[in-house]
Design a protein around this ligand. Structure first.
Ligand SMILES: NC(=O)c1ccc[n+]([C@@H]2O[C@H](COP(=O)([O-])OP(=O)(O)OC[C@H]3O[C@@H](n4cnc5c(N)ncnc54)[C@H](O)[C@@H]3O)[C@@H](O)[C@H]2O)c1
Length: 353
């Protein structure tokens, strides 16, 4: 193993650039070895921005070159399974952005390929590396609020997502693209798998934004019953006009815990009595989770160096996908859906028009 871990970035879009910047600026024991990007202009721009001379238009070509130990996959969801399996078969460790894949069969293929190859797989659930979320998890584990009974998690994202992320066929929609983080964090914080879900969706602003993708929605709420008997909800809004918002509230037998806040900076401005107080909020996800993006990559690189399993892996990614699939089935069929239905019978992906 070299003194530093050489990393191949696959996909230089919104998330890819955040990870490339994190890797090059904040992770001293890693190097950006090459960039893979299928869109030529984006590839050239990213190579210049991150001073990376080695660039490829496909992962196949990069693997032929092969001078790296790990990949960071930040391509659209529908490409995740084939790219991750290819990287695993070539013996590369994998940091894979959420959502893990489109279907549970794809998740299984990734898990099997990484296990067979003996490479590490970490999922991009950065909330787990956010200092506030991590402290909250530790305090729940220590029993401070007693047995968790009820959780409410919200994830609201600014801006219209890229076209592929608006379509159930290529992304599983907003509940996957924006709320994957909520699916993972409710399961993590409650220490229990979801058992049954009921979802309602609405499309308020699609027409304003000129989105005519079938099944597009920009608001969703999901009620959850957990295997532990606890209850929960996930709510999503995207595009959300006011900024980026990720907050969680948990009620336990002995108390309540709130994680996160709308206020983005500890600064309050007042210039006139009529307008009241002006308090900045988080505008974007890189701003809200700046520390978490650094700490998750630090953890990934450290796991490769120490040869220890990442603390958020394939099973976690699979459960988040299962929750999304059950919730999507729920709103499509307008009924509560047990997780056992998607875990055993496949998904709506085969039947959705
Ligand atoms: N963790 C987070 O906070 C977070 C935030 C945003 C996006 N994401 C995730 O990151 C992934 C990418 O999302 P995005 O918003 O950056 O999308 P994007 O569309 O902005 O970028 C994807 C890039 O991948 C390229 N690409 C597509 N197929 C490719 C292939 N086969 N090989 C190489 N390049 C390819 C595209 O040309 C594009 O530049 C998604 O899984 C998304 O859910 C995570």
């Amino acid at each position: 193993m070299p003194a530093f871990i050489r990393v191949c970035l696959v996909g230089a879009g919104r998330a890819g650039k955040v990870h490339a910047e994190t890797l090059t600026r904040y992770i001293p024991f890693a190097r950006l070895a090459c960039i893979v990007e299928s869109e030529p202009t984006t590839l050239d721009a990213a190579a210049a921005e991150f001073a990376c001379d080695v660039k490829f238009s496909s992962l196949e070509a990069a693997l032929e070159w092969g001078e790296f130990e790990a990949v960071i996959i930040t391509t659209p969801t529908f490409t995740h399974a084939s790219l991750a399996v290819m990287a695993a078969q070539a013996g590369k460790h994998i940091f894979l952005e959420k959502p893990m894949a489109l279907t549970l069969a794809e998740c299984d293929a990734i898990i099997d390929a990484t296990r067979y190859a003996g490479v590490h797989l970490q999922l991009g659930f950065m909330r787990r590396f956010d200092p506030e979320f991590e402290a909250a998890w530790k305090r729940i584990q220590a029993g401070e609020i007693g047995q968790p009974m009820l959780i409410k998690s919200l994830g609201h994202g600014p801006g219209l997502p890229p076209p592929w992320a608006r379509d159930l066929k290529t992304s599983n929609g907003m509940l996957a693209e924006v709320n994957s983080h909520d699916w993972d964090c409710v399961r993590w914080l409650m220490s229990s798998n979801p058992q049954r879900v009921y979802a309602e969706i609405a499309n308020f602003k699609g027409a304003i934004y000129g989105v005519d993708t079938p099944h597009f929605y920009d608001n969703a709420i999901v009620n959850i019953r957990f295997e532990s008997g606890a209850l929960g909800s996930i709510s999503g809004v995207c595009p959300c006009e006011y900024g980026y918002d990720a907050r969680v509230e948990i009620v336990g037998e002995r108390g309540i815990m709130q994680i996160g806040q709308l206020q983005g900076q500890a600064i309050v401005v007042c210039t006139d009595r009529e307008r009241g107080l002006n308090i900045p909020i988080y505008r974007t996800w890189p701003q809200r989770f700046a520390w978490a993006y650094i700490r998750e990559l630090e953890h990934f690189i450290g796991c490769i160096q120490r040869d220890t399993p990442p603390r958020v892996g394939g099973e976690d990614g699979r459960w988040a996908v299962a929750g999304v699939l059950a919730a999507t089935k729920s709103f499509l069929e307008e009924r509560p859906v047990s997780l056992s239905e998607v875990l055993t019978e496949g998904t709506y992906q085969e039947t959705v028009p």
